[in-house]
Design a protein around this ligand. Sequence first.
Ligand SMILES: [Zn+2]
Length: 73
Amino acid sequence: MKSTDFSWNQCSCGSKLLKEYDHIDLVYPVNREKTKHNAYCNSSLGGCGRTVYGKDIEEVNKRWNEGITDEKL
Ligand SMILES: [Zn+2]
């Protein structure tokens, strides 16, 4: 599954990065084994730096849409 296959809520900061971009800089594996992924409201694209983690894209998507914030950079 690709990140663009999922529906992403607007970020709590009002950013629509995950709706309007192709996600290359927004959802990606954070380790070489690809057992951990994150979604990132990319501050260099005007986002707030919110980061949400999960074991795969599906879990990241679910946690993102629940409004969870794991880190804010
Ligand atoms: Zn944001």
